[in-house]
Design a protein around this ligand. Sequence first.
Ligand SMILES: Cc1ncc(COP(=O)(O)O)c(C=O)c1O
Length: 473
Amino acid sequence: MKLFSIKDSENLEIKEVHDLYKKFVNSGQVELISKFGFGNELVERSEKNFIYTKSGKKIFDFTGGIGVLNHGHNNERILKARESFANLKKMEVHKNYFSPYVAALSHNIATVLPGDLNISYLSNSGSDANEGALKLAYKYHNGKREYVLNSSISFHGKKVIASNITSSEETSYFKFQQNVKSLAFEYNNISSIEKLVQETRKNGQSNIYAIIVEPFSASSLLSCSKEFLFQLRKICDEEDIVLIFDEVYTGWTKTGELFYFMNFPDLIPDIVTSGKSLGGGKASISAYTCREKFFKRAYGNLRDATLHSSTFNALGEETITAIEAVNILIEEDYIKKSKNIFNIINPKLKELMNKYPKIIKDVRGSGTLNGVVINTDFADKYFQPLISLIPSKFAKDRYAIKKILVTSIISSLYDDHNILTFYGSNVDLPLKISVPVITKEEDLTYFVDSLDKVLARGVVNNVTKFLKKNIFK
Ligand SMILES: Cc1ncc(COP(=O)(O)O)c(C=O)c1O
């Protein structure tokens, strides 16, 4: 029996990794990702906002680990904290003893959040945090209310319950078993919420236990207006509906404030969920944080005190990593750094939009999370004949042509400029730039200059190059 050691796995060639993925992980993933340059290379190491490949390339990581890397790859302070924890053989699993780390991290989260957002439950993923928040809201109403409202463009995760409240077409086109009664309101449209509140009334009472929304939608780079958010707050107060803000992606300084909702003083949700960069790029840790009144009524008695928990929540090293991650972003003023990034990149992207008005339709963003919407309106008209030539497994997706267009730009950025980017799989498929907060001005300038060069080549040339290399090879 041959088992790989860690060393063996680090010595595998890309072809061997592809083959093992095909056999033991997910063959479709290999087919999809190997269409890109990055799908055909392995990584040696990563540091700050750079990835170093085994083939010797230095890649600019403009994905920020899809939201996880506010602190950059392998942040020195976080590495030291983890090393010290391991070297001292601190206790990892704490199920019977109280964890001083859980106590401290929950205190710290309450201290930096406004109002009485004081009680945190630590979990592992963003979906966990959202599902925990929904459970709490349901329990707060003692199971007496039936509905949860989510927005028309929501993305709250891929676990079953989280996918029940996700409307983003990328994941919701296939309906998994519906375990919660969810209804979608139009994003940023208060009358659409008012209508659903009225329509679901039962015996004159509200029948909605929670409304969940991303104040800034990371997957589409769209945001809710101040008026919408305050009116939503008012409706939830009047109807005693638990208001949940999903800031899994946008939390922890990503959008230029500690949390996006903190752009609006006095606007406080009943529960906020966070994750991603809470783990400093090293730990899978997430949280829901709720106002005391809600926690007390839901779980504040002996019988219900352990109604919501899981085996791996708040392990020692995960929790100390999050303590260090939060302290770093406060001490090193990540809020200011995040705002600076926006102030540098946003005008540069707008200049590009003026230069290429036919290619760039919109520039969106906040803090370190930015993007351009590539004009794909004409894509179907011009590239439709291609559909019949593209293998059916790709052409099945009704956005195939639009995606190929955005993807061709992502591919050129990687192949010709060593830049890693991605697109938002939601409204308009924006080309996203989601950088670590520590990214320097010169790297942002390099990105914009490189995008300029790619766009100067023209849409048709980029698409043709991509198709020749990947689909019709
Ligand atoms: C806004 C939002 N909510 C929830 C999630 C789900 O988080 P996870 O993938 O950690 O379950 C994500 C993930 O991208 C997200 O962007």
